[in-house]
Design a protein around this ligand. Structure first.
Ligand SMILES: [Zn+2]
Length: 576
């Protein structure tokens, strides 16, 4: 029973811990002095110095190296009351707080951190992002760097002048000489985050998908650091350079200022700037917020029935070489649905404009840049697919299959498969001799088992690829006549349909015409004839499981098992 009562008292006590108790606990454990009681006295003195210099209580916590964000989140008046009570208990005095002042240290940016949420919220509403978590980065007024430094100098000077007789002073001076003031960004993010969550329901998270970059600035103090260019030995050196056709001044970046402050002689500084710095008359203003959602990915396979569409817009010196391109047929529609800034088209290999892409289609994905709607429903992707496939202008030339959302981790499959995957082709070829039964047999006998060809870099791609000899495997190769009963004396007898199953990256055109002997063996040498040429080429299959479909997902669709291999949709067992 006694034990139960104890637990009861302990829990109520926990919930009823007052602000004063919380603050006192933090001060006892602060690193200002090894002895708890002296640490409290030290802290109360520091706050006395800072309040006299018109700093807010949140900045006081910063100067006390407080890492407990719960304390920062307290109301200014509650912090004031709590500090007052502790000071009164210690030395029967009260803090002399100025009315409605803007903090000398943070210029209001930490003091009124929550007030900047409204501007960001407005922008967020305007763009209507469908995000589920945000990552905040912030740029606070540059003037704070100098002010934090000068206030630290002021603390040390005041301790030595007015508190020299206190037993904690020497340790406290050492503390401020050795440590820099706590970075205000974390405090800002925490305070901003509480209000932001209240307003939007969105939490801040370092891994958040919507990146918000908030800039808070304070114009009146933004150039205060420039006195460091006028010192006897200047610590900042400004110079103008041209950047993107504009003249800009460089030399006073934040890292340069931080570095200069480390070397600043405080005696010399006194003749340029006041220590402590004067309290500002206006508070820091919200300047901008930049919103950027991480990219989404949409994947599928495309089919191309035309010999006049290039894969991507193809132009030389502004003149279009093909009227249309595959990517133009669907990129804009998908961009529009995701309300994105831009789209990047990535494919598993490519085919020339005059080559058709048939069979199961070519795997691709689109990187959707800065999407306002990052992910659509399966039904919506189905609808987009239908819209793409029914465009009057393109529907007979380009079609899309299996369009859907792709987890970012799977996008690498498309590029990784480059060397290992295989492709199937169908080519219309011309031979220098009629395609007799003997010739068919010679070619098909070699092609019945895998064989390796050596390809020197083709003449036509010499500008793009380095000179090398690349061995490629032809897994199978079969040739057939266009018609069974063709007259061997007719010109028609010189035509054949060649089916190839090859390693990815094989130059098919060069295998057929030999590229002036640069590809060996080639179709003519295999058939022991003078020459061969390629007239038309179709890609029949790109052997890659895409879009990725996991086994469990296939399980759900058991009734459709008979189409499991359609468009290469086999279960993926090597992932996850
Ligand atoms: Zn402040």
């Amino acid at each position: 029973m006694r034990q139960l009562l104890f637990i009861f008292i302990a829990t109520t006590h926990f919930f009823m811990t007052t602000t004063v108790e919380r603050l006192h606990k933090f001060l006892l454990g602060s690193h200002l002095n090894k002895e708890g009681a002296l640490a409290v006295k030290s802290a109360l003195t520091i706050v006395e110095i800072l309040v006299a210099a018109k700093c807010c209580f949140r900045c006081c916590l910063r100067f006390l190296a407080c890492a407990n964000f719960g304390l920062y989140a307290l109301q200014e008046t509650d912090l004031n009351d709590a500090f007052d009570q502790l000071l009164y208990e210690d030395r029967q005095a009260k803090y002399d707080v100025a009315d409605c002042a803007v903090c000398t240290a943070c210029l209001g940016s930490i003091q009124y951190a929550a007030s900047y949420v409204d501007d960001v919220y407005e922008e967020l509403k305007k763009e209507d992002y469908k995000a589920d978590s945000c990552c905040l980065t912030c740029t606070l007024p540059v003037g704070m760097l100098l002010r934090d430094h000068l206030l630290k100098v002021h603390i040390i000077n005041t301790l030595l002048e007015k508190y020299a007789d206190q037993e904690y002073t020497s340790e406290l001076v050492r503390f401020y000489r050795d440590n820099s003031v706590r970075d205000p960004k974390d405090c800002f993010k925490h305070l901003f985050g509480i209000e932001f969550k209240e307003k939007t329901g969105l939490g801040l998270d370092a891994d958040g998908t919507l990146l918000m970059t908030v800039v808070i600035s304070h114009e009146p103090t933004s150039k205060d650091h420039l006195f460091m260019t006028e010192l006897k030995k200047p610590l900042l050196n400004l110079r103008t350079v041209r950047q993107k056709r504009m003249r800009v001044t460089v030399g006073d970046s934040r890292p340069s200022i931080i570095d200069a402050l480390k070397r600043l002689d405080s005696e010399e500084a006194k003749s340029f700037t006041s220590i402590p710095p004067v309290a500002p008359t206006e508070r820091a203003k919200f300047e901008t917020v930049t919103l950027l959602h991480t990219s989404s990915h949409v994947g599928g396979r495309y089919l191309k029935f035309s010999r006049e569409y290039s894969q991507t817009p193809w132009a030389i010196k502004g003149r279009k070489l093909t009227e249309y391109s595959v990517s133009e047929c669907f990129a804009e529609i998908i961009r529009k649905y995701h309300r994105a800034d831009d789209i990047k088209f990535v494919t598993a290999g490519r085919e020339d404009a005059n080559v058709r892409m048939l069979g199961t289609g070519r795997p691709f994905y689109l990187e959707i840049i800065n999407p306002r709607s990052p992910r659509l429903t399966d039904a919506e992707y189905k609808q987009i697919e239908q819209e793409i496939n029914s465009q009057p202008m393109h529907k007979d030339n380009v079609q899309v299959r299996h369009l859907g959302y792709i987890e970012p981790k799977y996008t690498s499959i498309i590029k990784e498969g480059e060397e290992t995957k295989t492709k199937r082709y169908r080519a219309l070829v011309w031979l220098s001799e009629p395609l007799t039964d003997q010739l068919i047999e010679r070619i098909n006998k070699v092609g019945s088992t895998p064989f390796t060809i050596q390809q020197k870099t083709p003449v036509r791609v010499f500008q793009r690829r380095s000179a090398a000899v690349r061995p490629k495997i032809i897994h199978t190769s079969t040739i057939a006549r266009l018609k069974h009963d063709v007259d061997m004396d007719s010109p028609e007898a010189h035509y054949g349909v060649l089916q190839l199953h090859t390693q990815a990256g094989t130059y098919i055109k060069e295998y057929v015409h030999g590229d002036l002997g640069r590809t060996l063996p080639n179709l003519a040498s295999v058939g022991a004839i003078h020459s061969a040429d390629l007239l038309e080429l179709d890609v029949m299959d790109v052997d890659l499981v895409w879009p990725p479909q996991l086994e469990d997902k296939l399980e759900e669709k058991k009734p459709l098992n008979d189409v499991k291999n359609e468009n290469n949709k086999r279960p993926l067992s090597n992932i996850e």
